[in-house]
Design a protein around this ligand. Structure first.
Ligand SMILES: Cc1cc2nc3c(=O)[nH]c(=O)nc-3n(C[C@H](O)[C@H](O)[C@H](O)COP(=O)(O)O)c2cc1C
Length: 173
């Protein structure tokens, strides 16, 4: 898909079919994730791949009952790996770069999923401790986003956006 078509087609999808996602497709999405830029190329993030219905149900509960996480065929959980960033960048590494690394990685997964004809939605509202427990993450991984992925069972319209005049601050000096 052309990049401009891809970003125009992407929507947050919150209803999925039961069609399985082929292993090769998952592999390509994870390859795209790994190609994302990161501070100092440290890739200070971890991706937890939740395929089982049990894990997805636990994630749905951890996200305040957002049941579409269970409905999707898989969910990726993006966490910071603060230790990797701290080793070179100290506090800025743990509080900023690791978060940015995980966020960019999730963005790559989102766009790669849409490019594969799949749908997804970024989920940021969840209980951190419950997500950690659902995916078996250690304390130094902080969950940043859950990305349920599956075949769409709905076609939501585009959401409105702020006007560029409001969004962009032109630097005049
Ligand atoms: C940081 C972040 C957190 C979000 N958290 C949730 C969430 O917990 N649940 C949900 O249904 N959507 C969540 N969304 C999706 C937004 O609601 C959605 O992107 C926004 O309404 C624009 O719609 P669109 O993605 O279809 O363009 C989140 C998106 C972002 C970027």
């Amino acid at each position: 898909m052309q990049f401009s078509q891809l970003i125009a087609a992407r929507r947050s999808v919150r209803a999925y079919t039961s069609q399985p996602v082929e292993a090769g497709v998952v592999e390509r999405i994870l390859d795209a994730v790994s190609s994302a830029p990161s501070a100092g190329n440290l890739q200070a993030y971890q991706v937890c791949l939740a395929r089982s219905a049990t894990a997805r149900a636990a994630l749905a509960r951890a996200a305040g009952g957002q049941s579409f996480i269970e409905e999707a065929q898989l969910a990726l959980v993006f966490c910071t790996n603060a230790g990797r960033a701290a080793a070179r960048y100290g506090k800025r590494g743990t509080t900023l770069y690791a978060v940015q690394d995980a966020t960019i990685a999730c963005t790559y997964a989102m766009l790669a999923a849409v490019d594969e004809g799949l749908a997804c939605v970024w989920v940021g509202a969840f209980d951190e401790a419950a997500v950690r427990q659902a995916v078996g993450a250690p304390m130094d991984w902080t969950p940043i986003a859950i990305l349920p992925i599956g075949y769409a069972a709905e076609s939501p319209p585009a959401s409105p956006r702020r006007a560029l005049d409001d969004l962009v601050h032109e630097v005049e000096q």
